[in-house]
Design a protein around this ligand. Sequence first.
Ligand SMILES: [Zn+2]
Ligand SMILES: [Zn+2]
Length: 213
Amino acid sequence: MLNIDCVTVGPFQVNSYLVTCTETMKGIYIDPGSDINEVLKIAEKKQISIEKIIGTHAHIDHAEGVYKVKKTINVPYWLHEKELKNLESMPEIANGYGLPIPEVPEVDNFLIPNQNIKVGNLDFKILLTDGHSPGNITLYTLDKQTNKNHAIVGDSLFAGSIGRTDLPGGNLPTLLESIRSRLFTLPPDTIIYPGHGPSTTIEIETNNNPFLN
Ligand SMILES: [Zn+2]
Ligand SMILES: [Zn+2]
């Protein structure tokens, strides 16, 4: 069965997710923000073996903790290739905000749209949900044990909102097309886990999201 722990961290209040297959206790750490301790503590307490770090995209709020996680538990970092520019610009962005300068981590594997990623017995499909940033991806899975659909969407779609498109590489028509063609085509009961704010569902956003109606 799938379990998702959400920990909201740092000045940008980013949602970091620890996604676990409860049969094998294998997990992935999605979007390590500025504070990584709470997620690592949860993993230790529940005896979850974190196998990889996955970045939905590499804006500083979603990637500033990656280097520290890699240093602490030595697991590979997976990211879409088009996010390298964002990743490499983190020190400059941090400087602009007056934040501590993060180390830029090495990317070990590039995420490829439509590829499948295994986490224990769970199978995630990578969907390209670009527009907020050029390589923002979504991890989608059907948990066969509960028959529930789950999608971790980065900063593409939020409860009642969408990602901003005014940052470098952002594009509003691209974002709207990504959401319509690759998220709104998922089963309506799919639970959406955004990069910021509360969870929602495809059905709720299809009916109510003011940016798509
Ligand atoms: Zn972002
Ligand atoms: Zn964000």
